[in-house]
Design a binder for this molecule. Structure first.
Ligand code: CA
Length: 291
């Protein structure tokens, strides 16, 4: 296994990496600088879309473009920047992290800027744009993904220092039976983004911890991947055969002294040789046009 820089970005808050299997490139955001980047790993070329607000989460639309959480708005966003409002979150100060389920819904939560306990929520936006509050009493909504059979949703509300699991009804999008999947209270750093591989392993980015943890489907820690900067925010599998793990990082998670000394903070990293593959990213349902 080895880790290298995939893109010298120096993002203030790199997040929400999504691999595009059709175009073979990585989409990710820099929330604070209000940018969505596209990285072509083979050439290292990066193209950038400036957006009108903090893009806390992106996923791909079935017919091209993004579903994006910008501020509190769920928006259909063309790659050219044209946008159309889909729905608006009510709890929290801005949308933070999200993914599409296998039926094309966008599941995405919010955060409270002052980290007031319970002031945010996790939402589901269905393919018709209807908004459902899935989890109330959230503080800092973060990583989520589904198991291989799409009947378990893994979810992180960062201040809980846990990865929780819900039963997930893929037909209705309803959740039930919340329980602790992995307790990270004694881990270095706090749980942030996550992705599930094709064997059901759960890869969790530990913000300020400088590591990615892999938990097997039974919740046991079975791999620790060190990343060369502490501000590890999220990860996703990509590359032509989905065997590379792309990792976003943030300068904002470092102290001023750390920022001065850390030449790779905020860059995107790629981890090779993990011996496991990811799954193609789900897309938001095709009855919303790219705008
Ligand atoms: Ca995050």
């Amino acid at each position: 296994m080895y880790v290298e820089v995939a893109a010298r970005i120096g993002a203030d808050l790199g997040e929400s990496p999504v691999w595009d299997v059709e175009r073979e490139l990585l989409h990710f955001v820099d929330i604070h600088s209000q940018r969505i980047h596209q990285l072509h790993p083979v050439t290292s070329a990066v193209t950038t879309l400036e957006v009108d607000g903090p893009p806390g989460a992106i996923a791909l639309l079935a017919d091209g473009g993004y579903v994006a959480g910008i501020g509190l708005d769920f928006t259909a966003l063309g790659f050219d920047g044209t946008s159309r409002l889909i729905a608006r979150a009510t709890w929290g100060d801005r949308i933070n992290d999200g993914k599409c389920d296998a039926r094309g819904r966008f599941i995405s939560g919010t955060l409270d800027n002052e980290r007031r306990q319970g002031a945010a929520a996790l939402y589901s936006v269905d393919t018709g744009g209807a908004l459902t509050e899935l989890v109330p009493d959230v503080t800092l909504s973060n990583g989520l993904d589904w198991n291989v059979s799409n009947d378990v949703l893994y979810y992180i509300d960062t201040p809980t220092e846990r990865v929780d699991a819900f039963d997930y009804d893929i037909e209705t999008g309803a959740i039930s039976n919340r329980r602790v999947f992995a307790d990270l209270q004694s881990a270095a750093g706090r749980p942030d983004g996550l992705t599930v591989d094709s064997e059901g392993g759960v890869w969790v980015a530990l913000a300020r911890g400088g590591v990615i943890h892999r938990y097997s489907a039974n919740g046991k820690l079975d791999e620790v991947v060190p990343i060369p900067t502490p501000g590890v925010t999220s990860c996703t599998f990509g590359g032509a055969d989905l065997s590379q793990l792309f990792v976003t990082t943030a300068r904002a998670l470092l102290s001023g002294v750390q920022q001065k000394d850390d030449q790779v903070a905020g860059d995107v990293f790629v981890v090779e040789g993990l011996g496991v593959r990811g799954r193609p990213a789900n897309r938001y349902g095709n009855n919303v046009s790219k705008g």
